[in-house]
Design a protein around this ligand. Structure first.
Ligand SMILES: Cc1cc(Nc2nc(/C=C/c3ccccc3)nc3cc(N4CCN(C)CC4)ccc23)n[nH]1
Length: 278
């Protein structure tokens, strides 16, 4: 936590983990302590051309003072004449959406952890605005880590990006109607994401984007018969067309399903138990 100024020479760079919008993310290790990190390397020239310096500055400001087990830590940053380096927490489980493709459904406890993260963000008046499996990493014991704050806070470009990337599944009705949105958008996305993690596909999934939009507008919610009553109850209270009817986070984290599933300890215990049965 000291304000030491790091340099790239303090780290051994491992294999690239992925390519973000403005540069690569590598696994890295701090030489002295052998502490694993994820190094997000951004090129200054690219940022300048796309006027993204503000965006990156905001990502750094927001994420560096967020400290929560379900929010990916930004430990610090440094730069040299060509690059900016973000020192991010290393999540050994990889990307959630890849894991969902492999394992189809997750443990209810892991999905519940996200509500705690969201509640924490809103208590710090941060709106994530882009909650979907692509922006979530899997930490130790399967604990989910909300990442990628490049689109949070006031940035209005989020919705353009979401539609650009074609993942309509997470768009709430107010965005489809071009109305304004506020932090209640995160509640809608939490409902969609919880549904997708428990059931294995998004609630308004369909072959055509047109049909998805129709389903979002009409909020046709169908649950498999195996879905537990309490998670149905929670999801139905989050996926309300009218944002003010959505269950506020303070009630979400007291919901029977969350209380039963959310605490980190039970996630760790379940995870270790599950690992031993595999
Ligand atoms: C910031 C960060 C990443 C991270 N960990 C990981 N990120 C990414 C993919 C990252 C990425 C980054 C930018 C764009 C696209 C993907 N992939 C990962 C893949 C991992 N493995 C090990 C576990 N295997 C099951 C899957 C492959 C482990 C950690 C990963 N911790 N902290």
């Amino acid at each position: 936590e000291t304000s030491t100024s790091w340099s790239i020479n303090d780290f051994e760079i491992g294999q690239p983990l992925g390519k973000g919008r403005f540069g690569y993310v590598y696994c890295g290790r701090e030489k002295r302590t052998r502490f694993l990190v994820a190094l997000k390397i951004l090129f200054k020239t690219q940022l300048k051309n796309s006027k993204m310096e503000q965006q990156v500055k905001r990502e750094i400001e927001i994420q560096s003072n967020l400290k929560h087990p379900n929010v990916l830590r930004l430990y610090g940053f440094f730069h040299d004449d060509q690059r900016i380096y973000l020192l991010l927490e290393y999540a050994p489980g990889g990307e959630l959406y890849r894991r969902m493709q492999k394992e189809k459904v997750l443990m209810e406890s892991e999905a519940a952890g996200l509500c705690n993260a969201l509640n924490y963000l809103h208590s710090k008046s941060v709106i994530h605005r882009d909650i979907k499996p692509e922006n979530i990493l899997v930490g130790k014991y399967g604990i989910l880590k909300l990442a990628d704050f490049g689109w949070s806070a006031e940035s209005t470009t989020a919705c353009k990006r979401t539609t650009l990337c074609g993942t309509l599944d997470y768009l709430p009705p107010e965005m489809l109607d071009g109305r304004g949105y506020d932090e209640k958008i995160d509640l809608w996305c939490l409902g969609v994401l919880t549904y997708e993690m428990i059931i294995g596909k998004p609630p308004f999934d369909s072959q055509s984007q047109h049909e998805t939009i129709r389903l979002i507008r009409s909020i046709e919610l169908n649950f498999p018969i195996t879905t537990s009553h309490d998670v149905r109850d929670l999801i139905s209270k989050l996926l309300c067309r009218n944002p003010i009817e959505r269950l506020p986070l303070k009630d979400v984290i007291q919901h029977s399903w969350i209380v039963k599933n959310a605490d980190i300890k039970s996630i760790e215990e379940n995870y270790i138990k599950r690992k031993s049965t595999l």
